[in-house]
Design a protein around this ligand. Structure first.
Ligand code: ATP
Ligand code: MG
Length: 202
């Protein structure tokens, strides 16, 4: 090896060492053990799948999880077919939900029924993780009271993790989140006329 190669190698090692020291210092500081409240929002694809990925991770460590889906069960949910067999409790919002704001009463009823199930999960100490998929819409439509959601999140068992997904998350929910990821829609096949595919999109 030439002297220049040696110098490059040394420089690389020094830089890596510095990065490692920085990371080690941060790891040493992160000592708190608590349940994490995470929001996955934004207009890009990957919010619900990230939430379900975490449910899978939980189950993989023999921990327990519950899922509430605040969407009308129009399509079969691939994740549900697997996770329910593994003991994950599921509740899917009733078919009463229409997305039709002209029938606000019926929509509110369906959202409220699902929220009652969610509240039970948020009080259940045996659940390590609760996924509230697409709940953001219910809050922004005013079908579920934001303050009530905040209160349930704050008063949950201290070690319980919560993930909420959905676009346009209410600011008050973002304010109390420990982790927020915003998925950015750089490109989506749908815009090029590709229809939603079973096994990939649902
Ligand atoms: P996924 O369930 O695939 O993780 P998501 O939860 O991020 O998606 P949602 O807003 O819940 O996205 O939308 C659900 C459906 O809409 C999925 O079938 C997804 O492929 C599709 N979708 C998500 N983002 C976009 C987009 N930017 N344009 C068109 N369709 C989208
Ligand atoms: Mg989703």
């Amino acid at each position: 090896m030439s002297d220049i190669d040696d110098l490059k190698k040394e420089k690389h090692q020094k830089r890596q060492q510095k990065i490692k020291e920085g990371i080690d210092a941060k790891v040493a500081k992160a000592t708190k053990e608590q349940g994490i409240f995470m929001v996955i929002t934004g207009n890009g694809k990957g919010k619900s799948t990230a939430g379900f990925g975490t449910v899978l991770r939980t189950v993989g460590h023999d921990q327990t999880a519950g899922v509430i889906q605040f969407v009308k069960g129009k399509w079969p949910c691939g994740e549900r077919n697997v996770l329910e067999k593994l003991g994950v409790k599921f509740h899917v919002m009733g078919t009463g939900f229409t997305w039709n704001t002209q029938d606000k009463e019926l929509d509110t009823e369906a959202a409220q029924a699902a929220w009652q199930q969610a509240k039970l999960m948020l009080q259940d100490e045996s659940l390590d993780l609760v996924l509230l998929d697409e709940i953001t819409y219910m809050v922004s439509y005013g079908y579920i009271d934001c303050e009530e959601v905040i209160s349930a999140i704050k008063n949950r068992p201290p070690m319980q993790h919560i993930i909420i997904t959905g676009r346009a998350c209410h600011r008050s929910l973002l304010e109390i989140a420990d982790t927020i990821s915003e998925v950015k829609p750089t490109r989506h096949a749908f815009e090029n006329g590709v229809k939603a595919r079973i096994g990939f999109d649902y």
